[in-house]
Design a protein around this ligand. Structure first.
Ligand code: C2E
Ligand code: MG
Ligand code: MG
Length: 560
């Protein structure tokens, strides 16, 4: 009588050794009670399922079950496996796979388990070293990726969703640099502990390296719950930590992706959570961000910009746009801000916000600046004739450019070449440039001043410049940030802030400009509070050089 799986099952049913039968693809065809007892703590405690779902291969080199099965087909073999229980405790076992062949025909594998924790040496320390982060005791990157695959198989079969959280500490480097590595380590351990306390036992937490952590929240009901958990994590991580006389404080940024909504592979889910985390950090940190298609599109656009920036530079595609600045007392144009634009061959005219920070990162901001500014000066020269007027030009300088002597060498050489008086040039630096200042800030600003340029503090109100600090700096103008102006219509707090900035400027004897003025209500409020100089869509969008010339010829005065 030929042997079949049913006959074999009957034979092994009452065997006290944990035994199962497995087909050539790794699917469990049968498992006896003893076998079930060992994997019993697992959600897949049933006689169906696959080896892949139930066990984790311990050897980091052989992480593919099919490879193991192929080997076992040729000759019986033993592999070290782990079972991830619900509480993410690991049970280590040896799995012996023996092919059962009848008259040259493969029937199935006989799978025998030896529970190592009962049997021979459990070798805990080795397991701990290989799978746990030695500092925090959390799962390490390797274990995380193993359990991640496992989670995907389980969720797929059970039709469940899970969330991947990618968490990165904000300002951790500051703690490490200023208080030393021991303090940094203590902080990482404290964060690990807080994460563990704030999450369910069944959630997997791993330290991915440095100050990065990842979490898998299994079986989530809705994203609202995930949001609440993120808020809680942010609150917990933010709490100050005392170490001796030191008080350490960090924040965290969290990116979230959801299985299967956002992706169905571990790699993509992690990538998406990571991308969302970057967005959260970019938006100021101490916040969380869900991955979305819109974010994906945005990130794709960034990638395209990253790839095409060099070509754009080679093809000289960067040009200046000009936004007029009005004085509402006289209703006349009193200046113009030069804003970089990219005349992209397929995507149209791209605003500075879409490429300036990428150009900074790629360290090509100076090349962009060079193209834009050279063209802007050619225009200025042309307008002195065609408009019979010299309009003061505001030039934006990024943080990096500010400290690079080339920037001012270029401006110096352009004003000489086109015989532009230096006082017709206004240098705009953002408040954050001053905040991240290096020690020679004052020296730099003084150099700009002695060259004859005036200095505007752009995006004012978004940083935290103190009165004393401002008093020391040779700043001529404060430019109220667009975010406050935007909300003047409906946010009483922003009204108070704008009023305070205007008064601050007055106290310091500094001029004040409002940017991003879009409505009559906003401009009325500003005028009432004695801020008369402004720019924004209410008066004009940033314009190409031809359009600006036409604008100046036809509408340069608001009353005309
Ligand atoms: P910024 O200097 O604060 O420029 C104001 C931004 O607000 C500009 O965006 C402008 O197009 C936009 N804007 C002007 N009026 C309105 C309005 O009424 N409503 C709204 N919603 N927006 C308005 P843009 O051109 O994308 O520039 C963004 C930032 O990029 C600038 O902020 C500036 O910091 C930087 N930037 C622009 N051009 C250059 C450049 O040539 N070099 C450097 N280093 N940075 C530049
Ligand atoms: Mg500006
Ligand atoms: Mg601004």
């Amino acid at each position: 009588m030929p042997i079949d799986v049913t006959t074999l099952s009957k034979a092994y049913e009452f065997l006290s050794d944990p035994t199962g039968l497995v087909d050539e693809s790794g699917n469990l065809l049968f498992s006896n009670t003893a076998f079930l007892q060992i994997i019993g703590d697992n959600q897949t405690s049933q006689s169906t399922g696959s080896l892949h779902d139930i066990f984790l291969l311990r050897q980091s080199t052989t992480n593919k079950w099919q490879g193991v099965l192929n080997e076992a087909l040729a000759q019986a073999c033993t592999v070290e496996v782990m079972i991830a229980s619900k509480s993410k405790q690991l049970v280590c076992c040896s799995l012996h796979l023996t092919p059962i062949v009848d008259e040259g025909r493969f029937i199935c594998f006989l799978a025998r388990l030896t529970d190592k924790s009962v049997d021979s040496l459990p070798d805990e320390s080795l397991t701990t070293l290989a799978y746990r982060d030695s500092l925090t005791g959390l799962a390490n990157r390797y274990l995380f990726s193993q359990l991640f695959d496992h989670e995907i198989s389980q969720s797929q079969r059970l039709a469940k969703r899970f969330a991947v959280l990618f968490l990165d500490l904000d300002k951790f480097k500051l703690v490490n640099d200023s208080m030393g590595h021991d303090a940094g380590d203590a902080l990482l351990c404290a964060v690990a502990e807080r994460l563990q306390k704030s999450l369910r036992k069944s959630d997997l937490i791993a330290r991915m390296g440095g100050d990065e952590f990842a979490v898998i929240m299994s079986n989530i009901k809705d994203t609202e719950t995930v949001s609440k958990v993120c808020e809680k994590l942010i609150r917990e991580v933010k709490k100050p930590l005392r170490s001796g006389t030191n008080v350490m404080e960090v924040g965290c940024s969290i990116g979230v992706s959801i299985y299967p909504d956002n992706a169905d592979t571990a790699e993509s889910l992690l990538q998406h959570a990571d991308a969302a985390m970057y967005r959260a950090k970019h938006d100021g940190g101490n916040r969380f961000q869900f991955f979305s298609d819109a974010l994906n599109q945005e990130l794709n656009d960034i990638r395209v910009v990253e790839q095409e920036l060099q070509l754009g530079l080679q093809e000289n595609q960067f040009v200046p746009y000009f936004q007029p600045v009005f004085d509402l007392r006289t209703n006349r144009v009193v200046g113009v801000e030069c804003l970089a634009r990219w005349q992209h061959p397929t995507r149209g005219v791209l605003a500075a916000s879409e490429f300036i920070s990428i150009a900074e990162k790629q360290d090509v901001i100076r090349e962009v600046f060079n193209q834009v500014l050279t063209k802007a000066f050619e225009q200025l020269d042309h307008w002195t004739l065609s408009l019979n007027e010299r309009i003061p030009l505001s030039i934006n300088i990024s943080n990096r450019q500010f400290y690079h002597h080339n920037t001012f060498d270029l401006i110096d050489s352009l004003i000489k070449q086109y015989q532009v008086p230096a006082d017709a040039i206004r240098i705009e630096v953002t408040e954050s440039t001053l905040q991240e200042a290096e020690t020679d800030l004052l020296e730099h600003l003084t150099r700009i001043k002695t060259s004859g340029f005036s200095i505007t503090l752009d995006d004012f109100g978004t940083g935290y410049s103190s009165l004393r600090y401002l008093q020391q700096l040779p700043v001529d103008t404060l430019k109220v940030d667009r975010s406050f102006v935007r909300n003047l219509d409906n946010n009483p707090h922003d009204k108070i802030i704008v009023k305070a900035i205007i008064q601050l400027a007055e106290t310091l004897g500094i001029a004040v400009v409002a940017e991003g003025v879009e409505s009559k209500l906003q401009s009325d409020f500003l005028v009432q509070n004695k801020c008369f100089i402004m720019q924004g869509y209410l008066f004009s969008q940033p314009l190409s050089s031809d359009d600006f010339e036409t604008f100046m010829k036809t509408k340069s005065s608001l009353t005309e």
